[in-house]
Design a protein around this ligand. Structure first.
Ligand SMILES: [Zn+2]
Ligand SMILES: [Zn+2]
Length: 482
């Protein structure tokens, strides 16, 4: 059966789950360095460049081909079995499996080689308007920015600015919930969009509760649905940390492990700080904080996620412990002593208050937004909740959820409201890249110049934009990690 893109966009294709279909579109390899591939995206629209990957699950689908296919210059028609995805952590809605090209595909004049990719703008980041400064490319980007005639003001970062995302699962660092793909699902480009958008550093967050959480309430939220086996989440942590390092290596990114390497590596190219969303991998054993610090270079630890764990209560489930547990207190002390940023995102207000009393270093709440009266299970926070973080000298990352903000301008206004409550020196950016069920308003690092412009329009000075987009987190990282 031949289907068209409106069938995908409207969700009518749900009814074709398991059926053999034919669909025409543009082949978009997720790793432009790879040559022939058996895993790629099929998009409704022609891709614009080698490093540009669509994010919209209504205009592109995942493809597992029956055999590797060389990148195609023209659109092609694929036949395969359509699979409707229900809780895909990357947000994809449909996958075509055992896919084969319907016609004999034209072989491109040359395979898209690593050399060709490196020679392209996507690899070097020679894209207009990149806010962050990478050594050697600053002049090129400034020249490009000056020739732009866009009405929005372009942000010129003050000297020494480093842009930092406080919370990211970029590159698809998280191990898939789908056990058949598991730890082996392909990465997608991370360094190229960071260069293109001028993002210097990301806190690259693994997640260690994925095997026991699932999407609930008609795809609206995550919840834990079973208890883990002893050792299960520790083992998942080992796999996830390993995958994070593999991603960093394959993308040729730099690892930041202390304030000195942040200063030296940050301006040179895309960098990562190893981070964990949820301390579930500790399984309540405080000495594993030391192990993660030394063996996996963990430098940013979020205490809880979607499971009420050994450390404390979460916003999305009824409280069990009355906030932070004694184990949670010990973990914070260990983080303070070793040099690990403590992140209390997802924790309840009670958890945050005890964490603030415990920590000798500033706290981070990496991804949320303000609400006057957050509903039950809401991930948003009240002004008082935000003030507790600011009271430690810490930073709250504003989160681009499309349930909260309709576009980047609304998000910039959300940043303004947060700054009005806690002061601009306590506000940051936590994109939660590839962590959403529904595509957020900030979906790609290539949007960073647009976000910076929106922040200028919202009334922030260029220096304040620099503080929000990195400087404030840098201060906390230096104070915590040293
Ligand atoms: Zn989260
Ligand atoms: Zn996340």
């Amino acid at each position: 059966m031949n289907i068209d893109w409106p069938t995908i966009r409207t969700g009518d294709a749900d009814a074709l789950h398991g059926a053999t279909i034919e669909l025409s579109g543009w082949m978009i390899p997720l790793d432009p360095l790879a040559g022939s591939v058996d895993y790629f995206l099929l998009g409704a629209d022609e891709p614009c460049c080698g490093g540009c990957v669509p994010r919209n699950p209504l205009t592109s689908i995942e493809v597992h081909a029956a055999m590797p296919i060389a990148p195609q210059a023209d659109a092609l028609t694929l036949r395969g079995r359509l699979v409707r995805l229900v809780d895909d952590p990357a947000g994809w809605r449909y996958r075509l499996v055992d896919a084969t090209p319907l016609e004999r595909v034209e072989m491109p004049p040359r395979t898209f080689s690593r050399r060709a990719f490196l020679a392209s703008g996507a690899a070097l980041g020679l894209t207009a308007c990149a806010p962050g400064r990478f050594g050697g490319y600053t002049e090129a980007h400034e020249g490009a920015a000056q020739t732009e005639s866009a009405p929005a003001p372009a942000w010129q970062p003050p000297a020494g600015t480093l842009t930092i995302d406080m919370h990211s699962h970029g590159g698809r660092v998280i191990v898939s919930r789908n056990l058949s793909i598991g730890a082996h699902r392909p990465f997608i480009p991370l360094a190229a969009p960071m260069r293109a958008g001028g993002m210097n550093v990301i806190c690259l967050a693994i997640v260690t509760d994925t095997t026991v959480t699932r999407v609930a309430d008609n795809r609206k939220r995550f919840e834990a649905w079973r208890d883990p086996q002893p050792g299960e989440l520790y083992a998942l942590g080992q796999t996830e940390f390993q995958r994070a390092h593999e991603l960093i290596e394959r993308q040729q990114m730099r690892l930041v492990t202390n304030a000195a390497s942040l200063t030296t590596s940050g301006p040179l190219g895309p960098c990562a700080i190893i981070s964990a969303e949820g301390a579930d991998f500790l399984e309540g054993q405080v000495d594993r904080v030391d192990e993660a610090y030394t063996q996996h270079q963990l430098r940013h630890l979020q205490l809880t996620h979607y499971r009420v764990n050994e450390l404390g209560d979460i916003q999305t489930e009824p409280p069990v412990h009355g906030g932070l547990t004694d184990t949670g207190v010990q973990v914070i002390r260990r983080c303070n002593a070793l040099g690990i940023v403590v992140d209390v995102a997802h924790g309840t207000y009670d958890l945050v208050k005890r964490a603030a009393d415990t920590s000798t270093k500033p706290l981070v709440l990496s991804h949320s937004a303000l609400a006057t009266h957050p509903g039950a299970r809401s991930r948003l926070i009240t002004p008082d909740h935000a003030r507790v973080i600011a009271g430690t000298g810490g930073v709250i990352g504003v989160w681009p959820s499309s349930g909260t903000f309709k576009d980047l301008h609304a998000m910039a206004e959300g940043v303004k409201r947060m700054a009005d409550v806690v002061g601009v020196e306590h506000v940051g950016l936590g994109t939660d890249m590839l962590g959403f069920i529904s595509p957020p308003v900030f979906r790609s690092y290539e949007q960073l110049p647009d976000l910076a412009s929106a922040l200028l329009l919202a009334g922030f000075s260029p220096e304040e934009v620099g503080a929000i987009l990195g400087g404030n987190y840098r201060r906390v990282f230096q104070a915590s990690v040293g």
